[in-house]
Write a protein that binds this ligand. Structure first.
Ligand code: NAP
Length: 244
């Protein structure tokens, strides 16, 4: 039977490359987006070119009710939920003393709480199926910390603890839960960085290049595949060697 994958933040960047990769693997894909309907539709079209079904669903991952409605939509459309990629994420960078409560909350609520809402809703479905893969997108910053990103790093470190806890909780139901921690990936999120910051980051990458979204999507595709059936609770760093 054709498998179904949900990719949050599938309209752009790493999420789009992941949706396309999973479609190449023969999965139907639900592309969750926040505001960029046109971009989400472009991802859907690209997935369909690989001969699978795909839909775009508008859903703010911070909104638990909207998440429940989105999951119902996916189930009605495709029947099962086999892979969940919690990828939607934002940054609101700033030094601690200048960081507002609002910016702290937005980042935690989107990156971490959104991951909780989607995982909870999908795990209920996967537990009945007695199979499933949940892949959470963390960051090397969640491992090493980063000045000016206390909110973001806390959200990503939280994702790592969340991932390991779910792996222990859901393993007996045949559900694998892993995290992928990207380094410096060329997307809208990093486009805003100054050339000075980019150069400093590059100097710390042994492979001497930044990642394309596809570099991350390939690792996610592996963890979503049957080849990773005995891997759970892991954090796979995909960063050209930056963080070791
Ligand atoms: P991006 O290009 O900025 O795309 C962000 C995606 O998240 C978009 O699809 C956006 O939807 C979606 N999104 C944001 N807020 C949302 C919300 N409240 N509800 C639903 N969707 C929401 O980001 P990216 O660089 O591909 O990053 C993807 C993930 O990788 C993030 O979790 C990020 O933290 C992580 N990561 C990125 C890097 C990097 O170097 N780029 C490094 C490490 C980790 P719309 O298009 O509708 O706005």
């Amino acid at each position: 039977m054709t498998k179904t994958a949900i990719v949050t933040g599938g309209s752009r960047g790493i999420g789009r490359a992941t949706a396309i990769e999973l479609s190449k693997m023969g999965m139907n894909v639900a592309v969750i987006y926040h505001g960029n309907q046109d971009k989400a539709n472009e991802t859907v079209d690209a997935c369909k070119e690989n001969g699978v079904e795909a839909i775009a669903i508008q859903c703010d991952v911070k909104d638990n009710t909207a998440v429940s409605v989105a999951i119902e939509n996916v189930q009605e459309t495709f029947g099962s939920i086999d892979v969940l990629v919690n990828n939607a994420g934002v940054t609101k960078d700033g030094l601690l003393l200048r960081m507002s409560e609002e910016d702290f909350d937005t980042v935690i609520d989107t990156n971490l709480k959104g991951c909780f809402f989607f995982s909870k809703a999908c795990a209920a479905v996967m537990m009945k199926q007695r199979s499933g893969k949940i892949i959470n997108i963390a960051s090397v910053v969640g491992i090493s910390g980063n000045a000016g990103q206390a909110n973001y790093a806390a959200s990503k470190a939280g994702i790592i603890g969340f991932t390991k806890s779910l792996a222990k909780e859901l393993g007996s139901r045949g559900i694998c839960v892993n995290a992928v921690a990207p380094g410096f990936v060329e997307t809208d999120m990093t486009e805003v960085l100054s050339d000075k910051v980019k150069e400093a980051l590059m100097n710390n990458i042994p492979l001497k290049r930044t990642a394309k979204p596809e570099d991350i999507a390939n690792a996610i595709g592996f963890l979503a595949s049957e080849k990773a059936d005995y891997i759970t609770g892991q954090v796979l760093t995909v960063d050209g060697g930056m963080c070791m």
